[in-house]
Write a protein that binds this ligand. Sequence first.
Ligand code: RB5
Length: 149
Amino acid sequence: MIALACDHAALELKAEVIKILEERGLAYEDFGTYTTDSCHYPIYGARAAKAVASGKCDRGIVICGTGIGISLVANKIKGIRCSLCSDVYSAKMTRAHNDSNMLAMGARVIGVEIAKEIVAAWLDTPFEGGRHQTRVDMITALENGEELE
Ligand code: RB5
C-alpha cells in the first residue's frame, strides 16, 4: 500500500502518480488534498507519513510545489526517511543506499515525464543492505536520541 499526499500546487502531478500506481496494480491511499484550493501541506504530509510510520502503508509519495516543505514534514515523523528527488539517479540511490520509505517531489520544479521516471526508479529499486544498513541504523539511532560517537 502506497500512501499519497500533496498540496494544492501538486494535484495534477499526484494524478499522474496515481495513474502509474494503477497501471502497476499497486494499491494506494490518497490522504489529500483533493482540490486546488490553497491548503497547508503539513496536514497532508503528516497524514501520509504517519500512515507509513505506523505500518498501515508500506511506502509513501508526497508532492508540493517545491517538494521541500512536504519532505521536511514527513521527516519529522519518527521512522520516516523521506527523500526529495528531482533526478532519476538520486531516486535509485536513495532506495539502494538509504532505504528511503517516502519519496517527495516538487511539482513546480520538475516536469511530469521526469517525475514519472523518478517514481518508477524509486518503486523498482531495492535496498542493498550490508554497509548501508549500518548507516540507516545510525539514522535511526540519532532519531532515538542516541550518540553516534
Ligand atoms: C505553496 O505555495 C508552496 O509553498 C508549497 O507547495 C511548497 O512548495 C512548500 O514547500
